[in-house]
Design a protein around this ligand. Structure first.
Ligand code: C5P
Length: 397
């Protein structure tokens, strides 16, 4: 899949840079052409000679290197590749990208490019968890930057937690999916996932137990077939898949807005467990336990995102898919839901506790279309995802 593809590999300054040498070697093994760019801090960890030897290419380091400019200007360099990969992406590089700074070669290339960008963050756990880095991450994801990792584990600095750069095979998989020539290449698919959190006051909220496991597998499978996936997610337990554009939201209202601003799409899959109601009189400050007695919460109905998009007329995605988690009369309820919501397909499943499906690794789904109900055998959630992604590809590719 990578043969003949051209990757601009930006190596930032972190101890994980040693893994980028292996990444480069494996990309070349798979037939990719790699042009390395080494930041000043990156050169403290790996040498330009190692990179150029492994890439069999010149290493670009300095914005003001006139020889480079004569050979190939930085604008051209930023657009010559099929994909830009930043590995390791340090907290500093992420901050520069999020702010749109262009004060060295790497940041200038990242600002000037018209190609997709995939980052593999790597940093100390506290740096990763710092609100500033998390803010920058959300900004970058909102800008369409693809992210792989970081992983959890022990770090070179002796601490433990999220911040380790993703392993090389995972980065290769994310690169392959970003460059995929699969049947869904060029198609944009919108996916909602997770629960929503509806505030009661600034510290309390109403939530539900949706884990987002099945739809995360579906989004991963769609990206694997080459789709550009916008993954709008509430606070789910399962981390979002690699290689998709993630938009984090909290409430149903924010989810609807994110869905509307991500349009148009070739298909939309609504699997989020959206809260049916929000608190209409949510407190602006923390509700106190005091002599006034128990608080009275008033509820307002949330927008039904699936029904809104299914019935939107102009601009409606050609294929709209909803989910139905039922505990009895699964097919009858799901068939009625398809008509009520106005979507094309419903993926229905039986979530009675005896099935062990909720929170488990397997699923048994029935696909409801205008042709009727088709029950699939029980299989892993990944296998359900792969089969559904193939079906979607048959319809929209
Ligand atoms: O009505 P019910 O919640 O059973 O329908 C489930 C389907 O509708 C799922 O596809 C879910 O993502 C979608 N839904 C939605 N917005 C809501 C409620 C449900 O998109 N407010």
């Amino acid at each position: 899949m990578l043969a003949g593809r051209h990757i601009l590999l930006i190596v930032g300054g972190g101890i994980a840079a040693f893994k980028s040498l292996d990444l480069l070697r494996r990309l070349r093994d798979q037939g990719a052409r790699v042009t390395p760019v080494l930041t000043r801090a990156g050169a403290e960890f790996v040498t330009p000679l190692s990179l150029s030897a492994l890439a069999a290419s010149k290493v670009y380091q300095d914005l003001f290197d006139l020889t480079d400019e004569a050979e190939m200007g930085h604008i051209e360099l930023s657009r010559a590749a099929d994909l830009i990969v930043v590995a390791p992406a340090t907290a500093d590089l992420m901050a520069k990208m999020a702010a749109g700074l262009a004060n060295d070669l790497a940041s200038t290339l990242l600002l000037a490019t018209d190609k997709r960008v995939l980052i593999a963050p790597a940093m100390n756990v506290r740096m990763w968890q710092h609100p500033a880095t998390q803010r920058n991450l959300a900004t970058l994801q909102g800008d369409g930057v693809l992210v792989v990792g970081p992983d959890d584990g022990s770090m070179a600095c002796g601490e433990f937690g999220p911040g380790r750069m993703a392993e090389v095979p995972d980065i290769i998989a994310a690169i392959s999916s970003a460059l995929s020539d699969g049947p869904l290449k060029g198609k944009h698919i919108l996916v909602t996932s997770g629960p929503t959190h509806e505030p009661i006051d600034p510290v309390r909220y109403i939530a539900n137990r949706s884990s987002g496991a099945q739809v995360t597998a579906i989004a991963r499978a769609l990206a694997g077939l080459g789709a550009t996936v916008t993954f709008v997610t509430g606070p789910a337990d399962v981390p979002p898949p690699d290689g998709v554009q993630v938009v984090h939201v909290q409430t149903a209202a924010q989810m609807l807005q994110a869905v509307q601003s991500a349009a148009p799409a070739d298909a939309a899959i609504f699997a989020a467990a959206v809260a049916d109601w929000r608190v209409a009189n949510a407190g602006a400050s923390k509700i106190k336990k005091d002599a006034a007695g128990l608080p009275h919460l008033e509820f307002a109905e949330n927008p039904d995102i699936l029904a809104t998009v299914s019935q939107m007329g102009a601009g409606r995605p050609p294929l709209v898919i909803g989910f139905a988690a039922e505990t009895d009369d699964v097919i009858a309820h799901a068939t009625a839901k398809r008509l009520r919501k106005g979507c094309d397909w419903i993926v229905a499943n039986d979530v009675s506790p005896a099935t062990g499906i909720m929170g488990g690794t397997e699923n048994a789904v029935t696909l409801i279309t205008d042709q009727g109900a088709e029950s699939w055998p029980r299989m892993s959630k990944d296998a359900v995802a792969a089969q559904l992604a193939q079906r979607i590809a048959q319809v929209i590719a």
